[in-house]
Design a protein around this ligand. Structure first.
Ligand code: FE2
Length: 332
């Protein structure tokens, strides 16, 4: 497909310094040196990326480059979502598709951007080189009749290096108009639908990942969670364990395995109230003709095994505050 990756997200929070420290703990690498925790951001609130480039805190993943920027906004939200395409013809197509939907778009030689009214996210489709992830050998596992690890302990118990996410995998957005938001991403931008939850949500992809964006119906536009790929299930567990050793209150939901997308997951909560997920072993779709989207419902659509999700995962505790426009956390 002409869309090929998520590039970068811009996350807005009222408490930039606290939230930036959290994502450094999470394993993302600050760009441009150590975190600047002194001066408050000086850029205009909610300004588009091009005008606030020097503001905010920026982070890199191992394979995806600079993929997270945190800026100050009155309430926590996803300000911008970047999607990479191959060439200007792709930008022309997106511009024309958005016009058919009646959505105004800003076009430059290297990008086209438009705001989805349901999620209030500015989606920026931009020319971007593809990236090739370095192949990561699977650890040797023992299984009945297949013992591949002999006379040695499991790799997962011997690792000591801090967990570092390989790339940004997906974002989950609350939309006040799920139906239109799905059309925005699918018909306007060019995402493909991998699975749906009846009357509630659509899992959509702009790459071979099962999903890169999930839009679900919500009473207010908000960012539910971001998700970051790690090598394997041991890294999911090691990453979350380290985060909880630093602050047990970060725990939200895990360890488990999702049904839709099949991935192992563990969710934690950042200081602004947004969840962040470590994941591994997500379904991969390289041939659209060989994947049949399903329409799911009920609890099984959410997870295959693991503890049940806490009520605060399904309905974040600050939703009422977000609806009234109140600040959802400390301002420093
Ligand atoms: Fe997720």
């Amino acid at each position: 497909m002409p869309l090929h990756r998520l590039t970068q997200i811009v996350m807005g929070v009222p408490n930039v310094e606290q939230t930036a420290a959290y994502y450094q703990d999470f394993g993302l690498t600050p760009s441009g040196g150590p975190l600047d925790t002194g001066a408050p951001d000086s850029g205009p609130v909610d300004a588009p990326a091009a005008t606030t480039h020097k503001n905010g805190q920026r982070f890199r993943t191992v394979d995806g480059g600079e993929q997270l920027r945190i800026v100050r906004t009155p309430r926590r939200r996803l300000v911008e979502l970047g999607v990479g395409v191959d060439d200007p013809d792709d930008l022309n197509r997106v511009t024309a598709s958005l016009a058919l939907l009646g959505v105004a778009a800003d076009r430059t030689p290297s990008a086209v951007a438009a705001v989805d009214p349901g999620t209030e996210v500015r989606v920026r489709v931009e020319l971007s080189p593809r990236y090739q992830q370095t192949a990561t050998p699977l650890p040797a596992y023992n299984a009945p009749g297949i013992n591949t690890r002999l006379q040695e302990r499991a790799a997962g118990i011997l690792r000591e290096a801090p967990v570092q996410p390989r790339k940004l995998g997906h974002v989950v957005l609350g939309s006040t108009d799920q139906e239109f938001s799905q059309r925005f991403f699918q018909e306007g931008i060019g995402f493909k639908v991998s699975d749906t939850v009846k009357g509630l949500a659509a899992f959509m992809r702009c790459s071979s990942d099962h999903h890169n964006v999930l839009v679900q119906q919500a009473p207010v536009p908000y960012l539910h969670h971001t998700s970051w790929q790690v090598d394997d299930v041991d890294e999911v567990g090691r990453g979350a364990t380290a985060m909880l050793q630093a602050d047990p209150d970060r725990h939200t939901w895990g360890l488990g395995r999702h049904f839709i997308g099949s991935n192992f997951f563990w969710y934690l909560k950042d200081p602004a109230g947004t969840f962040s997920e470590y994941y591994s072993d997500l379904d991969c779709i390289v041939d659209d003709a060989l994947w049949t989207p399903g329409q799911w419902e009920g609890a099984k659509s959410l997870w295959a095994w693991g503890p049940p999700p806490p009520p605060s995962f399904l309905a974040p505790e600050d939703l009422a505050d977000l609806m009234t426009g109140a600040h959802s956390g400390p301002t420093k």
